[in-house]
Design a protein around this ligand. Structure first.
Ligand code: PSU
Ligand code: MN
Length: 302
C-alpha cells in the first residue's frame, strides 16, 4: 500500500526533517464549495497551517497514486474538474486502479493519512448518521473509520442535515472520544451549539495532545474527534439554518436522492438557499480548524 503514496516535495522534506504535518481532505474542495472559491480557500487554509508552524498535506487520488501534498496545478485540476469522484473507503481501489481523479472524504483521507504517518487531519464537518437512518440505513463511512483508524480529526462538528444525537451515540458505541475546544457544547458546523455536549472539553493543544497520545499508548486504536466551534462573528442564525436544512431534506426526499449523492446534494442546496452566505461561514470555520489542527500537530510533535 505504501507504494501508492506520492509525497509533494514540501511534505517529503517535512517528513525527512520531522516537522509536524497536517492532512487536509479534498472532497471539501471538489464537492463542498464552488469553483474558484474552493481552490482559493484550499490555498489559504494551507497558509494558515504554515503560519502556525506545521506543513499542510492536502490529499487526493491522481493518476493511480495517493498524492499527499498537492501542487497549485493539482489543486486547480481538482477544484475545476466536474468529474472528480467523491472517494470514501469503498471507492479507493476503484479510483486507484482505474487511474481516475478522486477527491477523498473524511474516511478516505484518514486511511491515507495513517498510511503516510500523519496524526492530525483538519476538515470542515464530518459525515454522520442521517436523519431517518432507521429506514434508510444511511450512516456515513466516516464514523466506522473513526472507530478504527488512528487519526485525530479537527472539525466544526456535524451539520444539522444529520441526526446529531444519533451520530454522537454511534461514536460512543464505537469508543470514539469527542473533544471540544473552548466550550462544553458539541458544535453544529454553521452554529456554535447543537444542543448536545461533547465528551471532554480540552482547550489547549498540549492537553489535546496528551489525551490523544494517552489513548494510542493504551493501545486503543481509532480516531479522536476534536470539535471546534465556528468563530462567533461568522456563525449563522440558528433559525435561518434550521429552516433551510428542513427544506433541503424535503427536496432530497422528493427527488429520491440516494447513497453517496445525499450529502453533496444537501450541501449544495444549503449553499443555494442561503444565497452563498453559508459559504462565508464554511470558509471561516475551516480556517479556524486549520489553526487549531496546526497547533495540535505542533504539540503532538514536541
Ligand atoms: N459534511 C460537511 N461537509 C463536507 C462533507 C460532509 O459538512 O464536505 C463531506 C466530507 O468529505 C465527508 C463526506 O467525509 O462529505 C461524507 O459523505 P457521506 O455522508 O456520503 O459519507
Ligand atoms: Mn451516506
Amino acid at each position: 500500500m505504501q507504494s501508492f503514496l506520492l509525497f509533494s516535495p514540501e511534505v517529503a522534506s517535512a517528513r525527512a526533517s520531522g516537522k509536524p504535518i497536517v492532512a487536509l481532505e479534498s472532497t471539501i474542495i471538489s464537492h463542498g464549495m464552488p469553483y474558484p472559491q474552493n481552490v482559493q480557500t484550499a490555498r489559504e487554509v494551507e497558509d494558515v497551517i504554515r503560519a502556525a508552524g506545521a506543513v499542510p498535506a492536502t490529499i487526493a487520488i491522481i493518476d493511480g497514486r495517493i498524492c499527499v501534498g498537492l501542487s497549485n496545478e493539482q489543486l486547480e485540476l481538482l477544484g475545476s474538474s466536474p468529474d472528480a469522484m467523491k472517494v470514501s473507503r469503498r471507492d479507493l481501489a476503484y479510483v486507484l486502479s482505474q487511474k481516475r481523479l478522486g477527491a477523498t472524504t473524511v474516511a478516505a483521507t484518514m486511511i491515507c493519512a495513517q498510511l503516510a504517518g500523519i496524526e492530525v487531519f483538519v476538515t470542515g464537518g464530518i459525515g454522520g448518521v442521517h436523519r431517518g437512518a432507521e429506514t434508510s440505513f444511511d450512516i456515513s463511512a466516516d464514523l466506522q473509520e473513526l472507530a478504527h483508524t488512528s487519526v485525530a480529526v479537527v472539525c466544526a462538528g456535524v451539520k444539522s442535515i444529520l441526526d446529531i444525537g444519533l451520530t454522537l451515540e454511534y461514536l460512543e458505541t464505537h469508543g470514539v472520544p469527542v473533544l471540544s475546544v473552548g466550550q462544553p457544547g458539541f458544535p453544529a458546523f454553521f452554529t456554535r451549539e447543537s444542543g448536545f455536549k461533547a465528551d471532554f472539553q480540552l482547550d489547549t493543544p498540549e492537553e489535546q495532545a496528551a489525551f490523544i497520545r494517552t489513548k494510542w499508548q493504551l493501545g486503543l486504536a481509532g480516531g479522536v474527534v476534536v470539535s471546534n466551534p465556528v468563530p462567533s462573528e461568522s456563525a449563522m442564525p440558528t433559525k435561518e439554518i434550521d429552516t433551510i436544512v428542513r427544506l433541503a431534506l424535503i427536496e432530497a426526499d422528493q427527488q429520491g436522492v440516494k447513497g453517496k449523492a445525499v450529502t453533496p446534494f444537501l450541501l449544495g442546496r444549503i449553499k443555494e438557499l442561503t444565497e452563498g452566505r453559508s459559504l462565508a461561514t464554511n470558509i471561516a470555520l475551516v480556517k479556524h480548524n486549520a489553526l487549531v489542527g496546526a497547533r495540535l500537530a505542533v504539540a503532538l510533535n514536541a
